[in-house]
Write a protein that binds this ligand. Structure first.
Ligand SMILES: [Zn+2]
Length: 416
């Protein structure tokens, strides 16, 4: 047994009460300004003020002492929405968008997601795993200790399974926790351009059983959007996924308010993602169902769109998480510090609300809250030391990462 003392830190954490934090609770963060944490075999044993802990425990009982230098300490980031399993960037397309081409125009012309599909279909599983590993490690250095990665650049059985096995390969190579999501319904592939319903049937009758047989994916996600998958197609896919035992997520109301948020609530999906265009009634249905809104401000930044209405959602009682949406098209960032900054500066969230959104609520959005997302006794000791006094440093010191040390299960990541 190895016991570590993490001392001389200003600890900030949401408190896990057994469900995602919504409304006023989203911004209620516990803090110990002269704090310490006891970690036993990588698991949090105790957190409190340093004087309290030292009065009960003899310092000789610790195998190692980590001095946080009076800096802020927060739980490791949980990035609950990424597409970082891809090959090839789309820098030229970014240039076109800066000249005024819309995201859906680019998709219609065979660019966007479909150009990533060509790249991913071409390369080997090993090359894809290596490319994804590079992205995951980069995110780790920016403080992401747990993340979700979606498939969805395969759009046929063979390549979707290849993506999921590449994601699983990354999971085995890194000490980050990685949750895989099957997203065969990310776009309609070229071969089915005029017969989207046949592609929906392929997903339901062939892909979902194959994915469940493979045993890697825990969730199924659908891009419910004009020109992609309709509400009724999305409902059919999600129903089949649910019956097969997968958890549900929906890319909802990103460009148009199609009713994706209401569908997420109706299907009891764990989360509805994006929601840039979500209307009041969709938001009300998320609050009633307790569905987590996963907001992706990197997408609004990259597509130069208005941001999701985080303040309205929090006031309506929807639990909000934030994530990178890391992908080569509409949000090319793996930086949770950047996303935190956008959430505070451009979505009007308080630093405390953003902290809950980037840790505990995000952990709930990928079924990991029993292990990560807060400094509660019994959870993994995943924590970050920031070069600052409070989580606000993540918005205040812009354009850099204030993350100066990263610990996963109590073990330091060497930042080289
Ligand atoms: Zn996405």
């Amino acid at each position: 047994m190895t016991r570590k003392l993490i001392r001389n830190g200003r600890f900030f954490t949401p408190i896990d009460e057994g469900s995602p934090l919504a409304g006023d609770r989203q911004g209620r963060v516990a803090s110990w300004l002269n704090g310490a944490m006891v970690v036993c075999d990588g698991v949090i044993e105790r957190i409190g003020t340093e004087s309290e802990i030292m009065s009960d425990m003899n310092s000789s009982r610790f195998d190692e002492v980590v001095d946080c230098g009076g800096n802020c300490v927060i739980p490791g980031f949980v990035d609950s929405h990424t597409h970082m399993c891809f090959s090839g960037r789309r820098e030229a397309e970014f240039g076109l968008r800066l000249k005024g081409a819309s995201y859906l125009d680019i998709l219609k012309a065979g660019g966007g997601i479909l150009s990533s599909v060509q790249g991913v279909r071409k390369i080997s599983a090993e090359q894809l795993m290596q490319a994804t590993f590079v992205m995951a490690v980069s995110a780790f250095r920016l403080g992401t200790t747990t993340l979700e990665i979606k498939s969805g650049y395969g759009l046929n059985i063979e390549t979707e399974l290849k993506m999921l096995s590449a994601i699983d390969g990354v999971r085995r190579q890194t000490s980050q926790d990685i949750v895989a999501t099957f997203m065969g319904a990310h776009a309609v592939p070229e071969e089915f351009r005029n017969s989207a319903d046949d592609y929906v049937k392929l997903i339901i009758h062939d892909m979902i059983p194959a994915v469940v047989g493979q045993g890697i994916a825990r969730y199924c996600d659908v891009f419910c959007e004009q020109g992609v998958f309709s509400i009724s197609q999305s409902r059919r896919i999600l129903t089949a996924a649910q019956e097969a035992g997968l958890g549900l997520k929906i890319h909802a109301d990103e460009v148009h308010d199609l009713g994706g948020a209401a569908l997420a609530a109706e299907m009891r999906a764990v989360s509805a993602e994006h929601l840039l265009a979500a209307g009041d009634s969709g938001i009300a249905s998320l609050a009633t169902a307790g569905t987590i809104a996963v907001l992706l401000p990197g997408t609004a930044y990259s597509l130069q769109k208005p941001y999701a209405r985080a303040r309205y959602m929090i006031a309506a009682g929807v639990p909000v998480a934030i994530a990178t949406d890391c992908n080569p098209g509409s949000s090319f960032t793996e930086s949770m510090p950047f996303i935190f900054g956008l959430s505070v500066m451009n979505m009007g969230m308080t630093p405390e609300e953003a902290l809950t959104a980037a840790t505990l609520n995000a952990a709930y959005a990928i079924g990991m809250a029993d292990r990560v997302g807060s400094f509660d006794k019994g959870k993994q000791a995943d924590f970050l030391i920031l070069d600052g006094e409070s989580p606000a440093i993540l918005a205040y010191h812009a354009g850099v990462s204030p993350v100066i040390a990263i610990y996963k299960k109590g073990k330091a990541l060497e930042i080289g």
